[in-house]
Design a protein. Structure first.
Lengths: 438, 499
């Protein structure tokens, strides 16, 4: 199958207009030595019906368990049908970056509304039109902080997701950054220890709730970073922000996060969107697209990509980032989701997750990995044997019980990280308790 | 049109999450939300109407012809959307046990194999999220490769031609390299003499697109490869223009060591108003050990994730890459199979046809056959009639077309960069060419028609100076300013649009 539209007669007429005898002549300038002289070794072409059958077979080969309590960065939250409906609009789906605003008011206004929603969630002044995911926005935040402070050390708490830390470390050498990690103390970060590490640092990144699901003493961490002259950066879960305080309200200079929870499917890890919000003083250092309001000559309100002198297509090597393609369509799903829930619905989702997680703790009755901590939708327990073993057994009974923390943290081989979203039911939790009980 | 926040009424709502009969847990007061976020409060029918109305104020490939140069705005097959939404893909958690994700891993592996074959290189990582992240990843690979050889301190320079996409120099800076510029010769190729003088033992590599952003295949590519490899440096291929050469000429066979592929260009992932995309990188065997971890590997009939990569640069994004994009791109590749060659041939045929129809009315800076796109100059219209390329672009909207990329590449004054893609019918190409010719006539006869264009869009030309000056970047609720009451700046900001 192909998606070509030319008939043989079209081709002949076009070649004649061009003044060549064959399509091969169009490639006459290619040096002989670099011409590909065989057929591509790819499986034969498929019709749409055959494609559908083949991919259905691949999808079916993913034998997902009946119930999953996996989280560890991406979560099984409900995606409403309206999000699918909006994303299927071809005018959004098949448009490019809105460089020509007169033909792109739909996407531009949606981005403006998305930026507003992220500012409202985070309590900050400006949000960009997305980073790639919740890991790369952490590297972006480091880059902003380095240039804003002139410092070249960044501090990340060990209780921040391992992949976030890995991505920051991968980016760091190119940025000329040194990365320092602050260990957790029984599942949370100690503000005094953080203050010490933050001396001479450009920024401090901590996660709220952290990778263990534990609520950090976030205002104290932000204050500790600020005391040391480092920019406090909170990595937050949008789903938590109907219940938990906005980072801007407790002194964060920037807030970043993984948007998947709010409106995107799991999709085996992507594509999703990363968000980045900041206080207005950092607007000219921000990476990525930003949409601003303006008017046309007749005074009609309209939206454009703005402050483009930060960006690669204008500033080239002096740009604040190389980002070009971003995650716009996924942010529109985020906006639809947040609009569908509204402030009350967002709080309710958070409360439901917390209530179900508390119910799960009670039903499981396993020792918590970290004592006396308040958690949000995810919590860690000791299962009294290697967590991987417990997972393997549970999988045989149709349940994925969670994530083995020993994969990333020493001394935690018996610790299981269990995520409970509003999609889980008390019946499913009862089943988990039964499977994990011995 | 109203913002969604302006349609909002306190207490109204659409979605309701489940509320199980359980006690609501306490949040410590110092961590509890003090004021609710002012998210929209709207009922579902009006929510849908809002976004439907927004969509009618937007132009996509589904709306009409979109010859945006360097962006490859081809048809996005709808079957691919359906496949990406199969529950077995859509609802799969990336940390699901490998044994329960065999279909997804096999899909990733098949895409890796296909991209290796198409690029003519040995190994592929699907992890980078977009073309520019692929570039950055490729430059990190250069560092890692030379560090492994003890040459990283010595090799600090990356060479880039003056026709390069803006992402290339931006990526070079982000990767901590220094930039060396090389010029374009009178035929539109890289100036080989200039190049030779700038490549030495301090050079880490070259970054180019081939065909270049001028839409021209570099006739000296073999000599360029000899110069770089002779100096011990690496060759990086920006795959933005891969749509021109699938099964016609492979980057690996040209001598490139690292290639990124824009899945959202050549392999039809929809652009989504700016994203998501996918930027896998393919590399020569000697660079494979440094690729991001984990790698998707095959062992007989079993597929797995290999994290044991001691020389890996690390991770550039979460998990394994934008998987949903892989579903669409592999579906696109499987639809064509070996006939991908015909895809590129027709892309080049379509471009040359439009070029042939337009080259007399507009200036052609390099008089050669083009590849999948070409660059015209509107300089003559500007000199003779005072109408700029921006005016031509805006006037095209009145004819129902999305404008080409304009003011890029930078070395062509008043540039119009046109990429029709392979999926357009001859009638569409003719209608576009007719419109461009009509606009050239209008420039002579009624230049005001161009200067005041567009006349038929939901808003007229927007005041970008005011937008940058005031920087209203979110809705201000009760304190939202009324910008229409403020004086307008002169219109006509000339900046690269597209690419």
């Amino acid at each position: 199958m192909s998606y070509l539209a030319l008939t043989d007669a079209d081709r002949d007429a076009m070649l004649e207009t061009i003044g060549v005898a064959s399509i091969d002549e169009l490639f006459a300038e290619l040096p002989e030595g670099v011409r590909f002289d065989r057929e591509l070794a790819l499986p034969p072409a498929l019709t749409e019906q055959e494609l559908t059958a083949y991919f259905a077979e691949l999808a079916a080969a993913n034998e997902r368990p009946d119930v999953s309590f996996l989280g560890a960065g991406l979560y099984d939250h409900y995606v409403p049908a309206v999000a699918d409906a909006v994303l299927q609009r071809g005018e959004f789906l098949t448009a490019y970056t809105p460089y020509q605003p007169e033909l792109s008011q739909g996407v531009l206004q949606a981005i403006f509304e998305y930026q507003t929603a992220i500012c409202e969630l985070t309590g900050l002044d400006v949000a960009n039109a997305s980073g790639y995911d919740g890991t790369t926005v952490a590297a972006d935040a480091c880059f902003v902080a380095k240039h804003a402070t002139g410092r070249s050390k960044v501090v990340v708490t060990e209780a921040t997701g391992p992949q976030i830390r890995q991505v920051v470390k991968t980016y760091a050498p190119g940025f000329g950054l040194e990365v320092v990690e602050v260990p957790h103390r029984d599942g949370a970060t100690d503000p005094d220890e953080l203050r010490e590490a933050a001396e001479d640092a450009a920024c401090v990144i901590f996660q709220q709730p952290n990778f263990f699901g534990v609520l950090e003493p976030a205002p104290d961490l932000a204050a500790a970073a600020a005391d040391a002259g480092a920019l406090p950066v909170a990595h937050v879960d949008p789903i938590s922000l109907g219940v938990l305080e906005a980072p801007g309200r407790y002194g964060c200079a920037l807030a970043i996060g993984e948007g998947q929870s709010a409106g995107n499917y799991l999709s085996y890890g992507g594509p999703h969107y990363g968000f980045l919000a900041a206080r207005s003083e950092f607007i000219r250092r921000m990476p990525g697209r930003i949409v601003g309001e303006t008017t046309d000559a007749a005074g009609n309100r309209g939206y454009v990509l703005t402050l483009q002198t930060r960006e690669q297509h204008i500033r080239r090597e002096k740009a604040t980032s190389n980002i070009t393609t971003n995650q716009t369509l996924l942010t529109i799903a985020g906006l639809v989701y947040l609009s569908w829930l509204g402030p009350q619905g967002l709080r309710e989702v958070g409360e439901t997750c917390m209530a179900l997680a508390e119910y799960a703790k009670e039903r499981l009755d396993l020792p918590p990995a970290f004592s006396g901590k308040t958690t949000f939708k995810e919590f860690a327990v000791r299962v009294g044997r290697p967590a991987r073993e417990a997972i393997r057994e549970a999988l045989e009974r149709g349940i994925n019980p969670g994530y083995p923390l020993g994969r990333d943290y020493e001394g935690m081989d018996d610790v299981l990280l269990i995520a409970v979203t509003e999609r889980r039911t008390t019946d499913e939790i009862d089943r988990l308790a039964e499977v994990l009980g011995r | 049109m109203k913002l969604i926040y302006e349609r909002s009424q306190r207490g109204r709502r659409a979605g309701r999450p489940p509320r199980p009969d359980l006690p609501t847990p306490d949040v410590p007061p110092e961590l509890r939300r003090s004021e609710p976020p002012r998210l929209p409060e709207i009922a579902e029918p009006d929510l849908l109407r809002h976004f439907t109305q927004l969509s009618t104020r937007n132009f996509g490939v589904d709306t009409g012809f979109y010859p945006l140069g360097s962006c490859t705005m081809k048809h996005n097959p709808r079957v691919n959307e359906r496949l990406a939404m199969l529950p077995g893909f859509r609802d799969l958690h990336p940390l699901e046990d490998e044994g329960h994700a065999q279909g997804a891993l096999r899909l990733c592996h098949e895409l890796q194999e296909a991209l290796a074959e198409i690029t003519g290189l040995a190994a592929v990582s699907l992890q980078p999220a977009a073309g520019s992240q692929g570039e950055l990843t490729g430059l990190m690979l250069m560092h890692a490769y030379f560090a492994d050889r003890g040459e990283d301190e010595q090799r600090r320079k990356v060479v880039i031609p003056d026709t390069a996409h803006g992402t290339n120099p931006a990526s070079v800076t982000m990767a901590g390299y220094e930039l060396t510029h090389v010029q374009t010769d009178p035929r539109g190729n890289i100036d080989v003499d200039d190049l030779r003088a700038k490549v030495d033992e301090h050079t880490a590599g070259l970054m180019i697109t081939n065909p270049s952003t001028l839409g021209l295949f570099d006739e000296n590519i073999e000599e360029i490869t000899r110069i770089f490899h002779g100096a011990g440096a690496l060759m990086y291929y920006d795959g933005a223009n891969l749509n021109a050469v699938c099964a016609i000429s492979r980057p690996g066979d040209m001598g490139f060591d690292i290639v990124h592929i824009n899945l959202h260009k050549t392999f039809s992932q929809p652009h989504g108003g700016g994203g998501p995309g996918g930027g896998p990188i393919a590399v020569a065997k000697r660079l494979e050990p440094f690729l991001p971890a984990p790698a998707v590997v095959r062992d007989g009939e079993h597929y797995g994730l290999d994290y044991d990569r001691p020389k890996s640069i690390g991770k550039v994004r979460g998990f394994y890459g934008p998987f949903g994009v892989f579903v669409r791109s592999l579906a696109f590749i499987r639809a064509y199979g070996p006939q991908l060659r015909e895809m590129s041939e027709v892309a080049v045929l379509n471009a040359n046809y439009v070029l042939a129809r337009l080259k007399d009315a507009y200036e052609l800076p390099f008089d050669r056959l083009c590849m999948h796109e070409f660059v015209l100059s509107g300089r003559r219209l500007k000199h003779e009639h005072g109408t700029s390329t921006l005016d031509v672009a805006k006037r095209l909207m009145d004819y129902g077309f999305h404008p080409p990329t304009i003011y890029f590449p930078l070395i062509v004054p008043e540039a119009l960069m046109i990429e029709p893609t392979e999926t357009e019918a001859k009638e569409t190409l003719d209608a576009f060419a007719d419109a461009m010719l009509a606009i050239a006539r209008e420039a002579a006869e009624q230049p005001e028609l161009l200067k005041e264009a567009p006349h038929s869009t939901p808003v007229g030309r927007l005041d970008e100076v005011k937008a940058a000056k005031r920087a209203i970047v979110r809705y201000g609720f009760e304190e939202h300013p009324d910008l229409s009451a403020e004086p307008a700046a002169a219109v006509g900001v000339e900046a690269p649009k597209g690419a």
